[in-house]
Design a binder for this molecule. Structure first.
Ligand SMILES: Cc1ncc(COP(=O)(O)O)c(C=O)c1O
Length: 417
């Protein structure tokens, strides 16, 4: 049996699959494992109650129940949900949108697979295009999504050292490594893995560069704004005809329903839906069934404002404080937590790689994400890529504090080698 080039590329191990495997199997191997690795959202009882109520209302209505279980939707997704989403975004931000500007996907991950390959890879004229990441580290879930090799280019960030052992990455516009082959820019905001939030000025500048070159700016809003809005700093949502905004219900607390949302100009939505039809036929109906009413009533805003954002903000502050106490005297820095639900820890001059640290921590019963996976698209020569780890703080506070203590012990051991 011989695998195709596609088979070879997609059947091999990858960072994202290792991460998802960890999520699934680590608890079977060790039921006491402290899960500070994967991207699961935290458990918010208030949000769960809202979702349950919405789903029960659908289940109690035979017509709606049939629509939920017994029908395929078009490859663009449930029309009612797309209309409500467009109306919600138009009302909130004045964006000129209708349902034709919105498509649904089975999770935003699958939307990225299609979108990134729509703008990069082999071109009809035999040339090539690539996706540029204006700021790395970036979401490791993009890393292996190209149908061909050499799919990403990336620009090394500027590092601003801040007080209190914090730091922040900025887009280094003086070194932005774009060329004729750049087919799209892509950034997550807030950024996974760092919790960075690109400033409004950075986004405006990237938008200008993308429009000048007639390439799209793909903006990954998995952590909001406008929802789930896991954001601890001021940042305006951004969209225009040259932007492809990709949203998701996952981090609101619904990763199991697999609903991604693409907001773009009509021609891009049309192209996306054609490809989505081939790959997926149609999307799942449960996400739209639960969430349509949240957008129609505007309840999504109170849910994020009163429940989701404060939950993660408090967790971020407590986790930073926990690390400050545990890591005293060590040369650590934490990326300023501005959003999402990870701390990005930088151990300058660490005598072991972040991969080795990940393995040692796994043996000690703590799962984290080694940072080197997130520097794809960059040349290999930057030691910084082996000095960082991503730590999720969504677990219950006691587990997080135990995890912090073990991480600090292992880091201290590594430095004192
Ligand atoms: C930045 C970012 N984008 C996209 C995704 C994909 O999420 P989903 O497919 O659940 O919508 C994730 C998941 O962790 C993420 O962190």
């Amino acid at each position: 049996m011989k695998l195709s080039a596609f088979g070879e590329k997609f059947a091999r191990d990858s960072g994202i699959v290792e991460l998802m495997d960890d999520l699934g199997s680590a608890l079977i191997e060790n039921p006491d494992m402290i899960m500070m690795g994967g991207g699961n959202p935290g458990r918010l009882p208030e949000a769960e109650a809202v979702f349950q109520q919405r789903l029960e209302a659908v289940m109690g209505d035979p017509q709606k129940r049939h629509r939920l279980f017994g029908r395929y939707q078009s490859p663009k997704g449930d029309h009612e949900f797309r209309s409500e989403m467009a109306a919600f975004l138009k009302k909130q931000f004045g964006w000129n949108l209708t349902a034709s500007n919105v498509a649904i996907s089975n999770g935003s991950q699958s939307a990225f697979f299609i979108l990134l390959n729509m703008f990069a890879g082999e071109m009809p004229d035999g040339g090539r295009q690539s996706i540029h990441l204006p700021l790395t580290p970036e979401y490791l879930g993009y890393a292996d999504s190209g149908l061909s090799e050499d799919f990403f280019t990336a620009t090394r960030p500027e590092i601003e050292l801040l007080d209190h052992k914090l730091f922040k990455y900025h887009v280094d516009f003086s070194r932005l490594a774009l060329d004729e082959q750049t087919g799209a820019l892509c950034v997550s905001r807030p950024t996974n893995p760092t919790g960075n939030v690109l400033t409004n000025e950075e986004i405006a500048h990237l938008d200008e560069i993308a429009r000048e070159r007639d390439i799209p700016l793909i903006l990954d809003g998995a952590y909001g704004p406008p929802f789930p809005n896991i954001l601890f700093t001021e940042a305006s949502p951004h969209w225009n005809e040259n932007t492809i905004l990709v949203l998701s219900l996952s981090k609101l607390g619904l990763p199991g329903v697999r609903t991604g949302i693409i907001v773009a100009r009509e021609a891009i939505i049309h192209a996306f839906a054609n490809a989505n039809g081939i790959a997926n036929l149609a999307c799942g109906n449960i996400g739209p069934a639960i969430a349509t009413g949240l957008f129609r009533s505007g309840e999504i805003q109170s849910l994020t404002r009163d429940c989701v954002t404060p939950f993660y903000h408090e967790r971020a502050q407590n986790t930073v404080e926990g690390f400050r106490q545990a890591l005293g005297g060590l040369p650590y820095r934490i990326h300023k937590p501005e959003g999402a639900f990870f701390l990005w820890m930088w151990f300058e001059g660490l005598p072991i790689t972040s991969q080795e640290l990940y393995q040692r921590l796994k043996k000690r019963g703590v799962l984290i994400v080694p940072g080197h996976h997130c520097f794809f698209g960059l040349d290999n020569d930057w030691p910084h890529r082996h000095e960082c780890i991503r730590v999720s703080y969504v677990q219950d506070p006691d587990s997080v504090q135990r995890g912090i203590a073990i991480i600090a012990e292992e880091v201290r051991k590594a430095y004192s080698r």
